[in-house]
Write a protein that binds this ligand. Sequence first.
Ligand SMILES: Cc1ncc(COP(=O)(O)O)c(C=O)c1O
Length: 378
Amino acid sequence: MAHGQMNAEVVAQVNAHRRSSAHPRPVLRLRENVVRLASELIGSTPLLELVRTGAGTRLLLKLEQFNPTGSAKVRMAREMVLHAERAGDLRPGGHIVEPTSGNTGAGLALMALERGYTFTAVVDDHAAEDKLRAMKAMGAQLVSVDSGDGDGPSSVARRRIAAEIAARTGAYHPDQHNNPHNNAGYRELAGELLADLDTDVDYLVGAVGTGGSLCGTVEELRRLGSRVHALGVEPAGSIIFGGAAGGYWQSGAGSPAGFPVGGNVKYDIIDEDCRVGDVDAFATARVVARRTGLLVGGTGGAAIHVALRRLVHLPAASTVVVLVCDAGEKYLDTVYDDGWLHERGLHDRAAQQRIVRLFRAYDESVRLAAARVERAGA
Ligand SMILES: Cc1ncc(COP(=O)(O)O)c(C=O)c1O
């Protein structure tokens, strides 16, 4: 018998012995549940019920921070790299270059190290420090772009420099804003939602940057027969849905003034668009941390904010899913740091209190509904 393998008979004998022994130990499996590559851990992320209302409507969080690299974006990084290999755009020992606020970069860094490529991330000083450190830890090279006045990401400059490096060196430039394999990377996510629920996803809420996670998931949900209503959320100050341009600190979502919105934002499949300011986004994230013990990122806070405000207006027994792109542990120095918020005028107790009251109102509506049922049955 080869080392590490056991046939069914041996497993059965060992298990029988373990069950009968005085100190039984866990039963052996025929096939072990062990992976060899971190990228094999992508997907099957959990759903957490954040709130339920008295009308039976639920707000569920799809917690994408449970992916390796801690965000949803590794799903599309994998898809883009595998497609580039199939198409012959990436050859053994090749080089990848992409502008990133950090999460796409972490995903590409993981794929690059597993498959033997070098990866250059073009970043700016708006990126969360921990995202930069994580990319470096995985062996990525960082090229930094100065964001100038400092009140918004320098996506335009990042993109130009990445394209220049690709043109000069022949590196593969995935271009996540226009690459269809970004959106395709979320097909599995849609399948996971339908597999994990005994109902349709009635509303899907997600922060929009490239558009890949929301549009890719919605497209696949609908292909599978869902009648999902899609809500796209961008930071106030982002221009994706035509609002006034301004600075914002939500990392990863939105597009600043002058940035050409890419083809992966599919306006025809997003039913509604919403803008959330940094104060409400970060206040929501912080209140959610206090309520659940789970720290969500700032863009997750913005999407949850939209869903929380909407719940009361929805038909009874609706299922609302919020895509939470990443975790708050990446933002301990920003979203979860009082001093950082104070310096930018973003620390607002009243905003947090409004969210707390909203949660209390929903909790109370559940108690009232239960009391009504009890009275009716008595
Ligand atoms: C934290 C965070 N939230 C939201 C998004 C937006 O996701 P998408 O680019 O799929 O629209 C990103 C994208 O990088 C992100 O990093």
